[in-house]
Design a protein around this ligand. Structure first.
Ligand SMILES: Nc1ncnc2c1ncn2[C@@H]1O[C@H](COP(=O)(O)OP(=O)(O)OP(=O)(O)O)[C@@H](O)[C@H]1O
Length: 271
């Protein structure tokens, strides 16, 4: 499917960071409605920062992100599993039902229509029959399926997923991939941080390769070249973690930064 939709997110020279220190630099690009976009890069490349930045959980140090008329509340966001408290005393049904809070509020019980939606979501992730199980008793893969079911119930047009297939078996990973491509067929916008490049090549038409800077952003075949992958590793390795805030944040031109910063960071690393 092509990216012919109207813009859903527009990045204008966006720099994100922690304590005034930039973590992801100078992002320029457009995510279109209906895109299925993979965000890839080595460990520490800034994939989580990128997703957290979209939902406003990381400070903008420069540039701007245009949400194109939506608010963060319109997005569904599935953070890395480590951030979910699996010891919270809630069963699978009620956990998945929290995906409907935006429509129902926290205290209203789900009606027949919502119950059907919850049952359908559980079926799509093969968790039918697990409704009464406390989430703390689920395996890692089952918990990830439950998180996907909750995201299905949210019914958002833009869905962000951080490492959704990390630490799950191949079958679960393939099932979750099928849910993501299903969202794509429904013309939802899906952005997922992923490590498995084979999966990305197989299922994701578009890719952003991050190494603190955007190394490449476009069609997956053009982005995931051996040269770009080597370059992304070099850039992340050369990045000095205690470097000062970027002098040109918010002032410099929108293009050409990847090279400038790669050079600067190699100097940092060599110093
Ligand atoms: N809360 C935080 N406070 C300070 N620095 C942070 C914070 N979260 C991430 N960072 C730093 O930002 C940089 C990018 O990290 P991020 O987690 O976004 O990378 P990633 O590509 O998602 O990595 P991984 O593949 O290992 O999950 C790293 O140097 C990391 O240490």
């Amino acid at each position: 499917m092509t990216s012919a939709g109207s813009p859903a997110l527009v990045f204008h020279d966006l720099t994100l960071g922690y304590d005034r220190r930039p973590a992801v630099h100078h992002l320029d690009g457009i995510v279109h409605e209906g895109d299925l976009l993979a965000v890839v890069g080595p460990n520490g490349a800034g994939k989580s920062t990128f997703l957290n930045g979209i939902v406003g959980q990381v400070a903008t140090l420069g540039g701007r992100l245009d949400l194109c008329g939506r608010t963060v509340r319109d997005f569904a966001y599935l953070p890395q599993r480590a951030e979910i408290d699996a010891s919270f005393p809630i069963n699978v049904h009620d956990f998945v039902a929290t995906g409907a809070w935006r429509r129902l509020g926290a205290w209203r019980r789900a009606g027949r229509e919502e119950e059907l939606r919850i049952a359908d979501a559980l079926a799509r992730v093969s968790l039918t029959g697990f409704e009464a199980r406390p989430i703390g008793t689920l395996s890692g893969g089952q918990l990830q399926r439950a998180l996907f079911a909750r995201t299905i119930v949210q019914d958002a047009r833009l869905i962000l997923l951080d490492e959704p297939c990390a630490a799950v078996d191949t079958r679960t990973s393939e099932d979750l991939l099928a849910v993501m491509t299903g969202w794509h067929r429904e013309r939802r916008t899906v952005i997922a941080a992923l490590h498995d490049l084979d999966q990305v090549r197989r299922a994701f038409p578009r890719t952003l390769l991050l190494a603190r800077n955007p190394v490449a952003w476009g069609s997956t075949a053009e982005v995931l070249t051996p040269e770009n992958l080597v370059r992304s590793r070099q850039l992340v390795e050369a990045w000095s973690s205690d470097r000062e805030p970027c002098a040109d944040d918010g002032h410099g031109p929108s293009h050409g930064h990847a090279h400038d910063h790669a050079t600067a960071h190699r100097k940092d690393a060599a110093a």
